[in-house]
Design a protein around this ligand. Sequence first.
Ligand code: LLP
Length: 421
Amino acid sequence: MDHFTYRHGQLHAEDVAIADIAGAVGTPVYIYSRATLERHYQVFSRAFTGLDPLICYAVKANANIAVIHTLASLGAGADVVSGGELRSALAAGVPGDRIVFSGIGKTEDEMAMALQAGVCQVNVESVPELEALSDVASRLGRVASTAIRVNPDVDANTHAKITTGRRENKFGIEWTAAHAVCAAAAALPGIELCGIACHIGSQLTGLEPFRQAFLRLRDLVLMLRADGHHIRTLDLGGGLGIPYGDEVEPVPHPDAYAGIVRETVGRLGCRLILEPGRLLVGNAGVLVTRVLYVKEGATRTFVIVDAAMNDLIRPALYGAFHAIVPATEPAGDAEPRLVDVVGPICESGDTFARDRPLPPVGAGDLLVFRTAGAYAAVMASTYNARPLVAETMVNGARFAVVRDRGTIDDLLVRQHVPTWT
Ligand code: LLP
């Protein structure tokens, strides 16, 4: 459930008409709903009542500090994968000891930042990375609490670009080798082996892959304990899918996911760490765009909008579906037409939807891409020299700009023509 609903014929974010935000801030613009963030966090955390997990919001899904701050104020920690995400989480008020540092290619500078910030755990994905972390920690006179991310070789049945738990994926240490790697880790002076981690992919719409992966983790924890390792944390990653509106089967509820967690790893006595991203923020955001032109092509009708693939790349990159609705509620008898919704960028990939049934729209109308809170603004770029899109957040009847729209000056100020040209 989210807080984007029609009231008196106008789509509202909580108590604010979307058209009012578009009028004040311009388009394209992202709008996040604080109440929806809160609801999603509560539903997720309540599902785990009794297990007392550390819920580390995966900042990569939406790194806006207002979003991170909202979740942190509800009790979330953070899962970060770069120095930038670490700084964002700290700036948003997440205490260092509630931050997990993940990622396959951390630099030594990032490792040092993480250790200095006192993160609760660094998740390591290779032997060379383990050695580098040990060196950095020793140089700083510290010992790094370290989890080994294993690759359980499980098919997550999701989009190929976001599956991470197969042997052929670049992530984690093959689970059959984890035993030897943990022995090596325990021997390194800068490492304290504290746990095991895994993340098998994103937008999973079935629970079976989770069950298989978590069972492998359970076996591994038991084996490592038998070897004398003190395994006290188990990081299960993120990945639970959300409805975008094009699913054939309903996506599992967090309660069902929590049931799998309880059943598989709930009795190991480990502190569980969960890293949900999309589930917390996906349906809490929309992208609002204005129709520039409706063009009758030779064979199709193009609705050309002022948002483009640089603002929301998921349709172009993954063929992802985002529901598109008009900001003004269509009349009940409005006959939908099949149209292509496209942006202004100079490539055909800049297409948000093909053959999408939409009520009649004209220049100046506002359209709303739903489920655009996750992996949307964070993946924006300045392609075609388009400034970064603005972001706003609504709380009841109020709204605020939480990221200013970029300017063309922002683009130019960091570029230089060498004198020798
Ligand atoms: N933990 C780790 C280690 C991850 O790599 C990810 C996501 C998460 C947690 C959070 O997963 P979530 O709960 O959000 O599924 N850009 C793609 C998604 C990439 C996901 C990358 N890793 C998209 O737009 O679908």
